[in-house]
Design a protein around this ligand. Structure first.
Ligand code: CP
Ligand code: NVA
Length: 344
């Protein structure tokens, strides 16, 4: 009912959400100036999405508001922390009760992940809470990364959204993209890699994570892999074994099909940040040379700078603009899934 982390999403639903995202992309890019013919439109008519954001956002806010509008939703209400009483005279609990009495869905970007659980606990049964980024997870970002991977690595020309005689890839075809895929993460141990780690191994992909010494993945997050389902059934310890940690960017990237990074200093962690620890972790052409020749590059954005060279970020291996645009289509998929509308 809520989407607080990708551990909340069954493995089969992850694939269906990716498929639905490709379908929405095709609808939107094929009808750029007219509303797409979405069967969901009537069902979201009159419904309101609230966006409660205690941190800045470009993509998540923009994609949520445009996705809701493209689905025919009535209103989005943006509630930034400078505009509402939250944190300066009203408790999260009290804010949550009032929100739940007036809106139909809540997208929330918070510092402490536990705040999302507080919000979710106060919602009436028909109001889903969706994580728009917390200190621990960024599930909507990871979904956009999955969809980008499928479009860039798994689609024939006819399966590319926007193709004249578009053929939606089957769930089996999508599952095949992830089976045996090698994903390298280079950089901080943060909310984005936590979310990728809770999705990719369940789809059959390997994840090799290189962080600087002293910056380690949260063992509690990786341990969750022992308790979530996977394509083909529960995999337990074997799933956890698909995530390999090291402190060597070269080792992580060696033989990778895609290389992923993010800022070295996440929002809310600016105090005491020491980016000198990331020396040698810039994703540049030399590092990409260790990956497979057709490997792609992903970054959730915003790009701060030193984590990736201009040559890679703006180069032919970069998929970052496709990835950013997918934020809208994956939101359309998540909204329809969580609002009980189902496949259009
Ligand atoms: N990737 C992402 O979540 O971007 P914003 O912070 O701009 O929303
Ligand atoms: N890890 C980053 C992602 C920003 C979209 C942060 O939390 O600031």
């Amino acid at each position: 009912r809520h989407l607080l982390s990708l551990a909340d999403v069954p493995a089969a639903a992850l694939i269906e959400l990716v498929q639905l995202s490709l379908w929405f992309k095709h609808q939107v890019v094929s009808h750029p100036t007219t509303p797409p013919p979405l069967a969901t439109i009537d069902r979201l008519r009159g419904r309101t999405l609230a966006l409660l954001f205690t941190k800045k956002s470009t993509r998540t806010r923009l994609s949520a508001e445009t996705a809701w509008a493209k689905l025919g939703g009535a209103h989005t209400v943006f509630l930034g922390s400078n505009d509402i009483h939250l944190g300066k005279g009203e408790s999260l609990h009290d804010t949550a009760v009032v929100l739940g009495s007036m809106v139909d869905a809540l997208l929330a970007r918070v510092h402490a992940h536990a705040d999302l659980e507080t919000l979710a606990a106060q919602m009436p049964p028909h109001v889903p809470v969706i994580n728009a980024l917390s200190d621990r997870f960024h599930p909507l970002q990871a979904l956009a990364d999955l969809a980008t991977l499928v479009e860039m690595r798994g689609c024939s020309p006819a399966q590319r959204p926007g193709a004249d005689a578009f053929v939606l890839p089957s769930v089996d075809a999508i599952a095949a993209v992830f089976d045996g895929l090698q994903v390298a993460w280079v950089g901080d141990a943060n909310n984005v890699v936590n979310s990728l780690a809770l999705a990719l191994p369940r789809l059959g992909a390997g994840v090799r994570i290189a962080t600087p010494r002293g910056i380690e993945m949260d063992a509690d997050v990786l341990d969750r892999l022992r308790h979530v389902d996977a394509v083909g059934g529960h995999a337990g310890a074997a799933l956890r074994a698909r995530v390999v940690e090291s402190h060597s960017p070269q080792e992580a990237v060696s033989g990778a099909d895609v290389v992923v990074t993010d800022t070295w200093t996440s929002m809310g962690h600016e105090d005491g940040a020491d980016e000198a620890r990331f020396a040698g972790f810039t994703v540049d052409a030399d590092l990409m040379a260790h990956a497979n020749p057709d490997a792609g590059f992903l970054h959730c954005l915003p790009r701060k700078g030193a984590e990736v060279s201009d040559a890679v970020f703006y180069g032919p291996q970069s998929w970052v603009w496709t990835e950013a645009q997918y934020r809208q289509f994956t939101k359309m998929a998540v909204f329809t899934w969580l609002m009980g509308i189902g496949r259009p």
